[in-house]
Each structure stands twice: as structure tokens, then as C-alpha cells.
Design a protein around this ligand. Structure first.
Ligand SMILES: Nc1ncnc2c1ncn2[C@@H]1O[C@H](COP(=O)(O)OP(=O)(O)OP(=O)(O)O)[C@@H](O)[C@H]1O
Ligand SMILES: [Mg+2]
Length: 352
């Protein structure tokens, strides 16, 4: 039987446009969950995407178009995810109202919650329905995204014949992947370390309670290696990844890694401490790391030692099937952490 709402075309292709690379993930629903249909990434030139905004739309468009071509993806319906200064996620506590009233309230009152002109943003909200028998107040998650930034992405995708049907937020996409991958903990810190930002999303009882973007990431390592050794960015990147030996600079490189990772861990600990101060009754059970920066050798163990939490390197494909003839098994395992956000988008149906 072929139910239309279970057809593979009902899912969007997840496109995560990071500052280092574009990641693409296409999934299919199966009777056992999900299967990975296509997967790939392409590195962008320096500066093409900066702080979540498209600086060089033509270059990014060409990269995505080539990637879709190489992966032979026919589905034009794509979902993207945004982050950075142009998106604000805020939880507000309101008296319970029906959906229409809530929408009206948010549209008229939004400016008191969001530091943008309301004309300039796309606004979305979700009632988290936290009201109880004894309280008629509920938490509502507000998301505001700058129209000009989002529109640039939509235009760029349309210019290569794609149909953007969904705009997600990095932290939510991450949460989505974690939940679908058989969430092991209910109180968990999801931490994505990309090239230029770290996204921390702490879930308590499966609900996001601390969400923040911090401007640190693996590019910091490359830039410091570049400056210390006075070499090109690409060469510094290759040394960072261990593709080129550091030779006599080994000691200096180790110091760069150690001081940068210490800074990352301090930021993570700050968010965890804030969470524990506000939620003493629900201690964190684990920390799940994703993003390319999470692959820094020794980071997982260092974080485990510093936070006293179980730290896991995220593999969003653990519960999914795939065709080994089409997607190399080793590639699938190694690319997992970087693919967490693209996978979270790819899980979303295109028609809700
Ligand atoms: N083994 C590794 N050790 C250190 N860094 C790594 C490793 N593998 C990948 N990286 C780094 O991870 C970064 C890419 O990760 P990712 O694809 O998650 O970033 P991005 O999504 O493009 O960036 P952002 O989300 O910050 O805009 C690059 O800086 C890359 O050098
Ligand atoms: Mg990223």
C-alpha cells in the first residue's frame, strides 16, 4: 500500500547552510523509522556565509546546486535552518488563551518581547501548554527572524530551482534529531560546535529551557594556527585536521587546542550551571555533542571530566537504515556529528 502521507516526497530535503560547509540530508520513511537516501556536504569559500547571513549568494547557490546534482536529488522541496543575530527565540509566560487569541496577542504585544521592529520580522510561536490544574499560565515559545535575512536564503534557493517550504532554527532542528534518534535522557544538554558558533540547547523533560548561540567554534583553531605559524588559512585547516603534520610546531598547536577547548568548556559549563540553578530538581543526565568542532580529539573526554556528565558524540543515523552500496558506512559514521542539523530538518514533513 502506498499512503500518500507516508511517501518519501512528503519529507523535505534538509539543507544546513553553515559558515564552513553546506550539509544536505534526504531521508525516507520506512515501516521501521527512517532510511538515509542521500547525504553530502560541500565546503564553502571563506566568508561566503557569515553570522548566519548569506554574503555571497551566487557562490552558495552554485555549491548547493552542484551538491544536489552530484547526489542526484530530484526532490525540490527543501527545508533550511537559520541561526545567528537575525533570529531570536524567546519563551514567554502568558495566561491561557485559545490559538486565535494567542496569535492576536502575540502580534500586538510582540515588540515588548523582541528587540526588532515587528514589520521587519517573520514571527512564529508555539504554545508549550505548560498550564496545569492549579495554574492558568502557559509558556509560549516565540521565534522572530529578520525578513531580509530569511528572504535572501529563499531567493538564493529559488534561483537554482529549489522550493524552500520550511525554515527551521538550528537549536530546534538539533532537538528534533535527538528526539527521533531514541532520546536516551530527558534532561540533556545538546551542544553543536560548528566552525564559527556554538549552539547550546538544554532540554528538561524533553522541553527546551536554555537556548543560546555563542560566537566560538572550530574556525578559531584554524585562525590561531594560521596567525601563530604565519601560513595560509587552508594550510592551517589541514594542520588542524591532522592532514598535514605539525612537525616542530606540535607544542604550539597543542597549546592552541588546549586554550580554545578550555574556553569552549567554560561556556558550556556556564550554561549548565545556569540550568542547574533554575532546575535543581531535574539534574542533567548527559551531554550530546555535534557539529564538526565536536570531533576535536580529546574534547569529549575533557568535557566529561569537567562537567561530570556522560558526554556522547552524536550519531543521528544510529537508528536509521541505509544502503551501503550508495552511502559508504564509514563516511556515514564519521560525518554524523556535522549532519545533526541537516538531519533534524530532513525529518520534518513538507506538509504538516
Ligand atoms: N576532526 C576535527 N577536529 C577539529 N575540527 C574539525 C574536525 N572535523 C571538522 N572540523 C571543523 O568543524 C567545522 C565544520 O563543522 P560544521 O560543518 O558543523 O560547521 P558549520 O555548520 O559550517 O559552521 P557554523 O554552524 O558555525 O556556521 C570546520 O571548522 C572544520 O574544520
Ligand atoms: Mg552549523
Amino acid at each position: 500500500m502506498n499512503l500518500p502521507f507516508l511517501s518519501k516526497n512528503n519529507l523535505v530535503v534538509g539543507v544546513d547552510i553553515g559558515s564552513h560547509a553546506v550539509k544536505v540530508c534526504q531521508l525516507k520513511r520506512t515501516d521501521k523509522g527512517y532510511a538515509v537516501l542521500s547525504l553530502g556536504s560541500v565546503v564553502l569559500p571563506e566568508g561566503a556565509v557569515d553570522d548566519g547571513t548569506l554574503v555571497e549568494p551566487e557562490i552558495v547557490a552554485k555549491a548547493i546546486s552542484d551538491l544536489f546534482g552530484n547526489l542526484k536529488i530530484k526532490n525540490k522541496k527543501v527545508g533550511i535552518s537559520i541561526s545567528g543575530y537575525s533570529v531570536i527565540v524567546k519563551k514567554v509566560n502568558l495566561t491561557v488563551m485559545d490559538d486565535d487569541q494567542l496569535e492576536e496577542h502575540i502580534m500586538t504585544e510582540a515588540e515588548q518581547y523582541i528587540p526588532f521592529d515587528i514589520e521587519d520580522v517573520y514571527l512564529d510561536f508555539q504554545n508549550l501548554k505548560t498550564n496545569t490544574d492549579t495554574s492558568d499560565r502557559t509558556d509560549v515559545m516565540l521565534v522572530a527572524a529578520k525578513k531580509e535575512v530569511v528572504d535572501d536564503y529563499l531567493e538564493m534557493l529559488e534561483s537554482i530551482g529549489l522550493q524552500p517550504v520550511l525554515v527551521d532554527v538550528d537549536g530546534f532542528a538539533l532537538e528534533n534529531t535527538y528526539e527521533y534518534s531514541g532520546a536516551k535522557s530527558v534532561n540533556v544538554a545538546l551542544v553543536d560546535i560548528g566552525a564559527s558558533k556554538m549552539n547550546i540547547n538544554i532540554l528538561s523533560n524533553g522541553m527546551s529551557v536554555v537556548a543560546r548561540d555563542i560566537v566560538v567554534g572550530s574556525r578559531q583553531l584554524t585562525e590561531q594556527i594560521q596567525a601563530t605559524l604565519d601560513i595560509e588559512f587552508e594550510e592551517a585547516e589541514a594542520i588542524k585536521l591532522g592532514q598535514v603534520p605539525a612537525k616542530e610546531h606540535q607544542q604550539e598547536i597543542e597549546e592552541i587546542f588546549s586554550s580554545t577547548c578550555t574556553q569552549w568548556v567554560l561556556e558550556i559549563k556556564k550554561a549548565i550551571d545556569l540550568y542547574h540553578a533554575n532546575n535543581p530538581e531535574a539534574p542533567l543526565q548527559s551531554l550530546v555533542l555535534s557539529g564538526g568542532g565536536s570531533k576535536v580529539l580529546g574534547l569529549r573526554e575533557f568535557l566529561e571530566q569537567e562537567t561530570q556528565l556522560e558526554v556522547e558524540l552524536f550519531n543521528p543515523f544510529e537508528q536509521m537504515s541505509s544502503n551501503a552500496k550508495k552511502i559508504d558506512v564509514e563516511y556515514l559514521a564519521s560525518i554524523g556529528p556535522e549532519m545533526a542539523i541537516a538531519t533534524g530538518i530532513a525529518i520534518r514533513p513538507s506538509v504538516i
